[in-house]
Design a protein around this ligand. Structure first.
Ligand code: BDR
Ligand code: CA
Length: 315
């Protein structure tokens, strides 16, 4: 553990790329992970909370606290992504059923209690899935907004458009009402959209390097990547697939690898055609106040170097 590790909570819907993000965080002494809170997204909640515990067990971190949270979006019916992530959400390799406990407390209650009791602005929230849990927490306890240090989130897209509809990225599309609550709460936000993650593409050499580690983590990440790549390669005609969620943790560890602008971002929640669109005023054509640090650039090679080195720290 480094001298003053950043305290973080990871809110997640694993998902293979969520899994890689969690493994990256668990291997990084600069971060003090207080808990994993889980949400329905890539697959239903019963699977995301199970998958989060499986990932902790893969990393031999059975001490990690895992909470289950919202099983559906604020207003819309749940949309899942088994077409990308497989039936379990972690298809690609068979991992043992987890035996470590799930915490009894609801994730939303945990978030409220933790942000209320910790020193003001001492904890960063990382969201890697639909933002339903933190939206519920903000609705029930608006006082926590000023206590959250910042939220670093994977979601949205402006230059790249969407990945589940032409205009919406998956996490935003699943719960645009939750995203709207978060984007209007006055919290310091860092947005890692498809504009960044579509530049963080895997390739065959990376998978080879992972297998060359001869560790269970290296093998699992290689097998997950092999699995979810098939969908993106076909869709984008690319050599590999974007590693979305690990970019959030990469940003916490090496913000110098990323750049963007402080701009206004609004969420479309009502239109059936563009629900979940992140309306990013990149060019400053409105007088709407900046409410987010919106990233659009990543040093891809620097990021993969960091990721490979950290994943190699797992036994
Ligand atoms: C996001 O959606 C999920 O499929 C991934 O885990 C990532 O969080 C990318 O649009
Ligand atoms: Ca995710």
């Amino acid at each position: 553990m480094s001298l003053h590790p950043q305290k973080i909570i990871i809110d997640t819907d694993p998902g293979q790329d969520d899994g890689v993000a969690i493994l990256l965080a668990l291997a990084s002494p600069e971060l003090d992970i207080l808990a994993l809170t889980t949400v329905a997204g890539n697959v239903p909640l019963a699977l995301t909370q199970r998958n989060a515990r499986m990932i902790c067990e893969l990393a031999k971190r059975t001490d990690m606290k895992v909470f289950a949270g919202s099983d559906k979006p604020l207003k819309k019916p749940l949309v899942t992504a088994e077409n990308v992530h497989g039936k379990t959400g972690l298809d690609g390799i068979e991992l043992p059923e987890p035996t470590m406990p799930l915490q009894e407390q609801h994730a939303v209650d945990f978030l409220i209690e933790t942000f209320r009791s910790a020193p003001e602005k001492s904890i960063t929230l990382c969201t890697l899935g639909p933002m339903t849990n933190i939206a519920h927490a903000l609705i029930q306890a608006p006082d926590i907004a000023s206590r959250i240090k910042n939220i670093v989130l994977m979601g949205g897209g402006f230059f790249e458009g969407g990945n589940i509809t032409p205009s919406a990225e998956f996490n935003m599309f699943v719960d645009p009402d939750a995203a709207k609550v978060v984007f209007s709460a006055g919290i310091d936000l860092t947005v890692i959209p498809l504009d960044v993650t579509h530049k963080a593409m895997t390739n065959a050499q990376w998978i080879k390097d992972l297998r060359g580690m001869h560790t269970s983590v290296g093998e699992a990440v290689a097998a997950w990547t092999d699995f979810f790549e098939r969908y993106d390669k076909e869709k984008y005609g690319s050599e590999g697939a974007p590693l979305h969620d690990p970019c959030v943790i990469g940003y916490l560890l090496r913000p110098d690898l990323f750049s963007g602008r402080h701009i206004n971002v609004e969420i479309e929640a009502d239109s059936s055609l563009t629900a979940g669109a992140t309306v990013a005023d990149w060019w400053g054509v409105t007088d709407r106040k900046a409410n987010a640090y919106y990233l659009n650039h990543i040093d891809r090679d620097g990021f993969f170097e960091l990721l490979t080195e950290r994943l190699g720290r797992h036994a």
